[in-house]
Ligand binder design. Sequence first.
Ligand code: SF4
Ligand code: SF4
Length: 591
Amino acid sequence: MEIDMANTTRSHKAQMVIDRLGKKLNRQIVGSLVACVHCGMCTDACHYVLANPGDPTYAPAYKADQIRKFFKRHYDWTGRVLPWWVKAKSLYTDEQLEELKDTVFGKCTNCRRCSINCPMGVDYATFNRMARGLLVSVGVMPEGVAVVSKDQWEIGNQMGVLKEDYLDTLEWLSDEMKEEYGDPNAIIPIDREDVDVVYSINPREAKYDPRTISDAALIFYQAGENWTMPSEGWDMTNFGLFSGDDDLGGAVARRLYEKVEELRGKKLVISECGHGYRSTRCEGQNWGGVDINFEMESSVITMLRYIRDGRIKVDKSKNKTPVTFHDSCNNARSCGLYEEPRELLQLVCEDFREMYPNRSENYCCTGGGGAMSMSEYTPRRLKSAKIKADQLTATGAEIVVTSCHNCVDGLNDLIKHYKLGMPVTQLVNLVANALVIEKKVVEVVPEIPEVAEVGDLAGYKILVTDDEPDFVIFASAILEDNGATVLQAHSGDEAVEIARREMPDLMTLDLSMPGMSGSDVFEVMRNDPELKSIPVCIITGQPELRKLIYDRHVQPPDGYVDKPINEEHLLLSVRRILELAHEKKVSGKKK
Ligand code: SF4
Ligand code: SF4
């Protein structure tokens, strides 16, 4: 039974935590603090619970109650009027703050798996992060959190990589690439202005894994990208997400945004890191109180686009070993990056084996939420990793792929502990390994949309399918201006009928149409012996609908273009698809 401490003098730190809690409350946090009905449906969602059966202190609802009780005591009328009824209790001592530290840092990785299993919409991880921030603000935190936060505040990156070491690393990687490809343009450009892509990385890459930088550089080089890496503000990770310190989160995000603006970059590409992607793309603007004037995307999407647009060629037979994919909690559950990494894997690996459960139901690598920096909790973390080890083993794969540097470390640690003997790698490494190296792409790619190409679609019959008449007119005009014979369909049924009658060389297909949807049409086409050879390019304004295509379990589309369409992009994709279809036909005849 807890002792009633109502008459105990409150410590200065406890008072500050209570006062600051009031400033952190917003609709989302209060909603989660008051909504729990203690149904227990989230309990088995947590990897800590699975590893500690019978210990209620690991249950998400129990952990949440440690925060909820002092919120109720001070900021909810039920707890002020009837504290005993709603189990409201205040905070008094520094020892209680230490106990809270053990819960919010040591028993939760903020993975959000419990959140998606809660019927009441309670997002425990959100207010667990808030509680971390309150403790950090009074200096109560694991030592590792203090050290990493200090490095990010003072040196500008969370691994304390000095500017000269970072630039030295880029320089030798650049020299190696120039030498290997015998091309003075095969370099890593630093601080180039007016570029299409500014590439930002996790400091772990510069310190421990420079191969990921050189692999990315090779991909940019092969794609003929107009890109650069910044000399400062290059760290896209953000320890503010883990420590709950919004001031740190805002300062780190602003450094990177300002550098991209200084370089007049059109797009910031974020290398494979779950928390870096979430912090930079989704949270940083709120923490930093800024608006930005450039696009941001994960390098997974960039690489996928390069392949789809024909800017790089890959040969999946170069990656024969069976691989499985671990969804990073931040990339997947928090940012919805589910399908793109899988599509990429299918394109660059021969044997991809899904892990179960996966996507939003995947288990944390157990190194998330900054856990890798908190060595005092290592035994607890590795014990909770048993479920992840079992998941990995069940796939039968020999390599595990993930799109997050934090997960690479978390997985490596548990793989060593459970003696699984599986190397961990990232998509960038597999894509680089699968590359079909071509010379002179630098000159070729930017020139592709030039007028010299006009007319080169002559002789091709292209079926444009979309329920929006304006779109059909616009896309048809572009294709006809380039010599194609265009057929038009305004519904799914009409598209299948015209395809069967006319056997076009290519079909463009909208996904969202009334009646027979684009994915229905696609499935019909792929399952029909006569129609399945017609290449299909999906054109959609809702990229999230691509999932519907994957759910059909048929051969993937031949290309994607996002709406609103851009003339150059459409032509580039169409030409590339026709070229590949032609190559396929020729090689088929030879056999
Ligand atoms: S599932 Fe939701 S409502 Fe039920 S105990 Fe967990 S947090 Fe509370
Ligand atoms: S966020 Fe993840 S680690 Fe934390 S309680 Fe929920 S399931 Fe467990």
